[in-house]
Design a protein around this ligand. Sequence first.
Ligand code: URP
Ligand code: ZN
Ligand code: ZN
Ligand code: ZN
Length: 483
Amino acid sequence: MTTVIKNGTIVTADLTYKADVLVEGGRITAIGPDLKGDETLDATGCYVMPGGIDPHTHLEMPFMGTYSSDDFESGTRAALAGGTTMVVDFALPSPGQGLLDALKMWDNKSTRANCDYSFHMAVTWWGEQVFDEMPRVVARGINTFKHFMAYKGALMVNDDEMFAAFRRCAEIGAIPLVHAENGDVVAELQAKLLAEGNNGPEAHAYSRPAEVEGEATNRAIMIADMAGVPLYVVHVSSEDAHEAIRRARSLGRRVWGEPLIQHLTLDDSEYRHPDWDHAARRVMSPPFRDRKHQDSLWAGLASGSLSVVATDHCAFTTEQKRYGLGDFTRIPNGTGGLEDRMPMLWTHGVNTGRLTMNEFVAATSTNSAKILNMYPRKGAILVGADADIVVWDPKKSKTITAATQQSAIDYNVFEGKEVTGLPRFTLTRGKVAIHDGEVRTEEGHGQFVAREPSGAVNKALSTWKELTAPRKVERSGIPASGV
Ligand code: URP
Ligand code: ZN
Ligand code: ZN
Ligand code: ZN
């Protein structure tokens, strides 16, 4: 059984050209004019692009006394409906739990996935077991390790632990990721706000000013540099954090920044909404920011100082958000976005001229595939690549609403937003999962994507660090003492 995508324009991270695409056995087998297949998908007027890769999701995540409500089934269904064909989720060991043990739990959850997926492993505590298991996690195809600098008393690690884990990453060819917020300062500000009677969702934003993010981002960059390892900063939401990344990159440091579609398009006025539910549904860390930060993030995508756009999809229902009535620190942190990332970025990026189509593909797919070391199997329209493809109709419009979304929750933070640019077809390893608005996903179709360690940037950086390492000065004579 072969499928041919006909009459479309292929758009990749570096090329735009007219050609048909032939798919067989889950892979792209030919690209060129006048191809024939058993099944034809008409892409007239559409762009044929690598399916989106969301490098940052939390499906069925145990967090703040509950579980995020989109699991690997509904989460990947939402992803496919919005043109995303792969997610990278986080395996999170609880304190004292082994990494391999946690991985088993995430292996079990992910059997229901409708599209391919991979994992990052979180380092949520430090000890000999974690040190010993890190290379075994790498052997299982996971080359990225996440560190939370916030969530004190839960997921947070301190600087000494982070430095030790970063050095271990350098040894084993892995890349550390950081959630960069100063968790000590956040905890102090939370206590102060609560003591003053400031207990509503808006206080969540007050407790996490851009400075806590800027400080932690800069600290993580310096620690990574001293450990001799590249660094990936997740959910960059502010100019303060972006400035630290931009500066580091201009000095030749190997740092990538990941803004979220939420921070690019929503601002902190959401927290001043008179309806408690409205504001609490938008509680996430870092919080939505003043508009001036949005301009900085867009500029970073255009200039290349920021690399990928993610969602951090971590969806809680209104009922779950209400755990924090009377105490904002108990509102489960997280928002959804899997179905909306690509249409929102196209609408607010490509349609406004802030991004080219090729930059859109780079930010939503190709750059993640390269950084996470799975390119060109993923993130490419090339012969031999997995047939993870979105046929994008730039004229198709809709109004985003929870009433028609795939996500399991009862609201959408983008409710009422008009988008123009939507998938006509989404293919996951050759299977047509979205067909002109019809959902044809197949639970369990998704497969784990193993990612090799020691990618090109790790190799280059370790070569440079070795070459420039401090060395003992060999001296010919030692002066006699007491002279
Ligand atoms: O608020 C957020 N971002 N929730 C998900 C966990 C995390 O920090 O990424
Ligand atoms: Zn985070
Ligand atoms: Zn996250
Ligand atoms: Zn299948």
